[in-house]
Structures are given as structure tokens and as C-alpha cells.
Design a protein around this ligand. Structure first.
Ligand code: FEO
Length: 400
């Protein structure tokens, strides 16, 4: 996408990525895409804020050189060192070695470790300002949103907050970079939540600290390095991030994430009965087949709902392996304090329940009930299953 002017002399110069399949090599974005937003301020001093992954570098450099000669660039501000924002660094350094790089003290260390760059690097102080002429930048250390070196940069005259990963989302741009020109804002909000839980959610404490630290009344535009630029409703994306971060220490909304896996359909038959029981109580339930769904798509439901119901058969005396992966990832991503019930089929000896209990222990998931049955469930078993689901839904409502 060609450069887009956000305010006079301040441009989006990002890269719209529709070809990467896995973000961080883990999280699927084949259908959704992603952006690496970079910004250029063409003032008396000329600055680029955050760069791009080393993909479509020709597009990135074309965008820069359409606006300024690289020999006239004064600074690169690095809010975050992860290579989706710094991948073009080595090429940049070769063609514009004179440019001064600004970042936190930790960024300075990382530049050496990641790219061998030690010259023309200046560590800025928390709260330091930098006059560019008409515009002025102010830097806020916001460690662990998402890595320890992370900071955010506010242009004080326009109130544009360059927040890098903070307030970002998956989703390639669909013609416009701005929230008020986007016809499909729900897509970006959904993808912002998935991005949040996949990438940033583990660091929810630092996210809340960063939100408290930022001068909310001065922020007029939120310009993250992934996804839309929020110029009409900047407070909305900040408020969504605050809400999502608060789930980390709460129990979640009334609702059930029903994770199931089934080898020959027996646990799946029971899953439908159990789901009927939950729904009959008016409690929302979101169902995922763990063998066919990437954890990326399960995590938003797990993050936001109070209840987790796991339906898994015993496999080789232990739990169905795709379920082990799904639940382990949830614990790894600090999905905490859930109410849990477990059901599943076994053939001759159990084992799934024992393994699941061990996996969820560090996440402080409270096991309320379990229901295992031999082989294929008969009509009596299914009645019990429906009641099992109903009881869980009632328990969630009572504990809300
Ligand atoms: Fe978008 Fe943590 O990198």
C-alpha cells in the first residue's frame, strides 16, 4: 500500500502482509493477514518510528523514498525490537548508516545481540522529549508490552500515540488504515482480541501499568504497529485492551468454552448432549474440536469465559493428545482461575482425567465435576450428560 498522510507531514508507511501463514511462526493468519505499520515524520528533523519485518522490503523502502531522501533521515525510533518491527534493519543500516537509532537502554543491548549494531545508537530516558521542529516526541517506557525493552512514543502536538504492539491486532488492511473508514470494524475488534490473547495477554499486568502511565487526555490518535489507526475512537481500543487485561486476574464472563476431541465419535455424541444441557440454562457456549482447531482461535473464548468444559477420551492410558496441547497452551498463556468440568469415553482403563488435573493445576482451575463413561454412550448416559451440562451452567450462574 502506498504511504498515507495521517496529519500534515506524518505518514503511515507500513507493509500489508497477506502472504505469511503463521505469525511468530505459531499463530495462523493465512486468512486474516497482518500489517507491520511504520510511520514517518517529515519535519525539520526526519524520523521513522518502527520499521517492518524483512518482507516486501522493496515496498517499504519505496514508501520511504517517495517521501524523503534516505540521506536526509535523522532518526529511527524503535519502540520494540521484535523482528516484525526491525527485520529491515540490516538493509537499512547498509544504505543509511548515519541515522541515529533511539530506543530504551535495553533496546541498545538488543540491537547489538540481534543485529550487531552498536554505532549511532542512543538510549533515551523515560519521559524524555525530542523536538523535531514543528512536532515534538515524548517517550514512555512501557516494559513488557510485549518485550522488556518496549516503549511507546507520543507526538505531543497531534496527540498521535505510536504504541507498537500495544492496541494492535491481526488483520491486513482492506483499503483504509483508519477506523472511521473501515466498513468491517468488528473483524478488527475480533482479531485484536485474538492477537491480544495470543501475543500480549500473558503480560496483562504491564499492559494495565502502561495504560495508567499514558496521558489519556493527550492521546487523540492511537497508531499501533499492527492493524488499524484509531483516529475517531482512540479511547475504544484502549478501553478494550484494559478490559481484556483485567480478565487476567478475574474469573471471566458467564459462559462455557467447550473443548472436545473424539477418536470414533463417542465423546462427540456426549459433547452434543452436554452442550444441550448448558444451552438449556441460557448460558453461552462456544464449542471447539481441539484436533481440528488451532489454539489461536480457542484462546479468546478461554480468556473471556468463566467456565471450561473438557470432553476428551482416554488415549493410551492418558489424555487425548490434541487436548493436552490445547489445555497446556491455555495454561502457558496464563488463562487462570477457571471453573472446570471434564467428561469423556474410555475403553478399558481411564487416564485422561488424571492427566488433565495435573496440567491445569498451575492455572488454578477448579474442577467442579467429572463424568466418564465406557465406550459408546447409551440413552441413559446421554440423559446424565445433559444433566451434567445443566449443572455446570447453573454453578456458573450461581458463582457469578
Ligand atoms: Fe509486533 Fe512483539 O512484535
Amino acid at each position: 500500500m502506498p504511504a498515507v498522510e495521517i496529519k500534515p507531514g506524518i505518514f503511515w508507511i507500513g507493509v500489508n502482509d497477506r502472504t505469511t501463514d503463521l505469525f511468530e511462526g505459531i499463530w495462523p493468519i493465512t486468512d486474516e493477514g497482518v500489517t507491520y505499520n511504520s510511520y514517518l515524520i517529515n519535519d525539520e528533523k526526519k524520523v521513522i518510528i518502527d520499521l517492518s519485518k524483512a518482507i516486501k522490503s522493496d515496498v517499504f523502502f519505496d514508501n520511504v523514498t517517495e517521501l524523503i531522501e534516505l540521506s536526509r533521515l535523522d532518526y529511527i525510533v524503535i519502540n520494540h525490537m521484535e523482528p516484525d518491527h526491525t527485520g529491515v534493519f540490516q538493509m537499512f543500516r547498509k544504505i543509511a548508516p548515519h541515522v541515529t537509532i533511539l530506543g530504551t537502554a535495553k533496546t541498545k543491548e538488543m540491537l547489538k545481540n540481534f543485529y550487531g549494531i552498536t554505532e549511532n545508537v542512543r538510549a533515551i530516558e523515560d519521559g524524555e522529549t525530542l523536538s523535531l521542529g514543528k512536532y515534538q516526541l515524548k517517550f514512555f517506557n512501557t516494559p513488557f508490552v510485549h518485550w522488556p525493552e518496549t516503549m511507546m512514543t507520543l507526538e505531543e502536538k497531534t496527540g498521535i500515540l505510536f504504541s507498537c504492539d500495544g492496541f494492535g491486532s491481526y488483520g491486513a488492511l482492506q483499503g483504509s488504515i483508519f477506523d472511521d473508514q473501515c466498513e468491517n470494524i468488528d473483524f478488527y475488534k475480533r482479531e485484536a482480541l485474538r492477537y491480544y490473547v495470543n501475543i500480549v495477554g500473558k503480560f496483562s499486568g504491564p499492559v494495565l501499568k502502561a495504560i495508567e502511565k499514558l496521558p489519556a487526555e493527550e492521546v487523540k490518535v492511537v497508531a499501533p504497529s499492527h492493524g488499524l489507526v484509531w483516529r475517531k475512537f482512540p479511547a475504544e481500543i484502549i478501553s478494550l485492551y484494559r478490559k481484556w487485561a483485567e480478565y487476567a486476574s478475574g474469573s471471566g464472563d458467564i459462559g462455557v468454552t467447550l473443548l472436545y476431541g473424539s477418536m470414533y465419535g463417542n465423546t462427540e455424541i456426549m459433547m452434543n448432549a452436554v452442550a444441550q444441557g448448558i444451552s438449556s440454562e441460557g448460558v453461552p457456549v462456544e464449542i471447539f474440536d481441539v484436533a481440528r482447531t488451532h489454539t489461536s482461535y480457542m484462546l479468546p473464548s478461554l480468556w473471556t469465559k468463566a467456565g471450561v468444559m473438557v470432553g476428551a477420551p482416554t488415549y493410551e492410558g492418558a489424555c487425548f493428545p490434541p487436548m493436552v496441547h490445547a489445555v497446556s497452551m491455555a495454561i502457558r498463556k496464563r488463562v487462570l482461575n477457571k471453573k472446570l468440568t471434564i467428561f469423556g469415553s474410555y475403553g478399558w482403563s481411564g487416564g485422561a482425567l488424571r492427566e488433565l488435573k495435573r496440567i491445569v493445576e498451575p492455572g488454578k482451575w477448579e474442577l467442579l465435576d467429572s463424568y466418564v463413561f465406557l465406550g459408546k454412550p447409551d440413552s441413559e448416559d446421554l440423559k446424565k450428560g445433559e444433566e451434567f451440562g445443566r449443572n455446570f451452567a447453573r454453578a456458573l450462574k450461581e458463582q457469578a
